[in-house]
Design a protein around this ligand. Structure first.
Ligand SMILES: Cc1ncc(C[n+]2csc(CCOP(=O)(O)OP(=O)(O)O)c2C)c(N)n1
Ligand SMILES: [Mg+2]
Length: 350
């Protein structure tokens, strides 16, 4: 059963493939967005190759195609903010400034990894850049982010919390409880839903009475915006507005960023969970909406980047990621004797 979309054309694979509207944006900022999205794309492509090769043994949920959401939201954040992710969080970790070597080392289970090699792809941690952690239990970090926002408010500072999650997480009860509490307590938090229209292989059209989840924010009297999640400029503007409001004491915000993953639910293959409603034809149409391609086309059209400059930037990113991969592959695993060292909080035991 297919219903009409409530996303104003954003869920239509055949639309929104034109270059971004970038007039009025600072050239240096756009270049940073482009570089950050290229870095995420390149890191995930190489991680995907290592999964195929069998070197990366942790399940890897790649966000290839969804890079603009993390990069746009991160543009409004500081290292003292408190960001939480989910099973698909490589992009958020890197967009906040997390070190690509520590990400790849973590994916390979090495001692130098972001979580000392104990977590893998779905348990990332980067406190120095504000990334307070990701876990794979769908919806689980949403209430933790609300707690972090409550702590920020009680502390009297200017920090905000951010919860990144998917459209599938909106089907968990704890999501609704979290929105309610954040609204009643007017907490400084931004809820960011990466609505990629699927929860593993299942189309949102088969799971919910509407394909838009911003209605849940409305139900809890939380300010919301729905944006093209493949347009980094629009994501940045909407997130920036909601973050500033939350920072100034205006309460929570909710950003629904409509996007699409170009790979399967888990692993690097494109067609792994094609079925039900997900068709290769749609995957191919969404490639035309690639967030990197659309920003690059706009910048090239406006004379903000030459072909040579773009090639040089792309080569620079590739060599940075390749050297991180080489180092991570050669790095040692944690020693067996340390296996339980990080399981319990030493502070709690003291
Ligand atoms: C509580 C719980 N239920 C089920 C799963 C299995 N699972 C892992 S990811 C996923 C889909 C989540 O979809 P969504 O929230 O839309 O995120 P996306 O994968 O699309 O980024 C499911 C059902 C899980 N990890 N945790
Ligand atoms: Mg989803």
């Amino acid at each position: 059963m297919r219903r009409d979309s409530d996303l104003g054309g954003l869920a239509d694979p055949g639309r929104f493939s034109e270059p971004l509207e970038i007039a009025g944006n600072d050239a240096g900022t756009l270049l940073e967005y482009l570089r950050s999205m290229q870095l995420i794309r390149c890191a995930e492509e190489l991680i995907g190759e290592m999964v195929t090769e069998g070197v990366a043994k942790t399940p890897c949920h790649l966000g290839i195609g969804q890079e603009a959401v993390a990069v746009g939201v991160a543009s409004g954040l500081n290292a003292t903010d408190r960001v939480f992710g989910n099973h698909r969080s490589h992009s958020q970790f890197l967009a906040l400034g997390g070190d690509v070597y520590s990400l790849i080392a973590e994916v390979l289970g090495k001692a130098d990894g972001a979580s000392n090699g104990m977590g893998g792809s779905m348990h990332l941690y980067g406190a120095s850049v504000g990334f307070q952690g990701s876990v794979p239990l769908v919806g689980a970090t949403i209430p933790i982010a609300v707690g972090a926002a409550l702590a920020a408010k009680m502390g009297g500072g200017q920090e905000v919390a951010v919860a990144f999650f998917g459209d599938g997480a909106c089907e968990e009860g704890v999501f609704h409880e979290s929105l309610n509490l954040a609204s009643v307590y007017e907490l400084p938090i931004l809820f960011v839903v990466e609505n990629n229209l699927f929860s593993s292989h299942l189309d949102i059209q088969l799971r919910q009475p509407s394909d838009s989840v911003a209605r849940f924010a409305e139900a809890h009297r939380i300010q919301s915006r729905i944006v093209d999640g493949n347009d980094v400029v629009r994501v940045s503007a909407a997130a920036g507005e909601l973050i500033s409001r939350a920072r100034a004491g205006g309460g929570p915000g909710f950003l629904e960023a409509v996007t699409y993953r170009l790979r399967g639910h888990v692993g690097p293959n494109e067609d792994i969970d094609v079925g039900v409603h997900r068709k290769m034809q749609d995957v191919n149409a969404w490639k035309q909406r690639c967030p990197i391609k659309r920003l690059h086309a706009a910048m090239a059209g406006a004379g903000l980047i030459t072909p040579d400059e773009f090639d040089e930037q792309s080569r620079g990113v590739m060599s940075e990621v390749r050297s991180a991969v080489d180092r991570a592959r050669a790095a040692p695993y944690p020693d067996k004797s340390t296996l339980l060292d990080l399981v319990y909080s030493t502070r709690a035991r003291a």
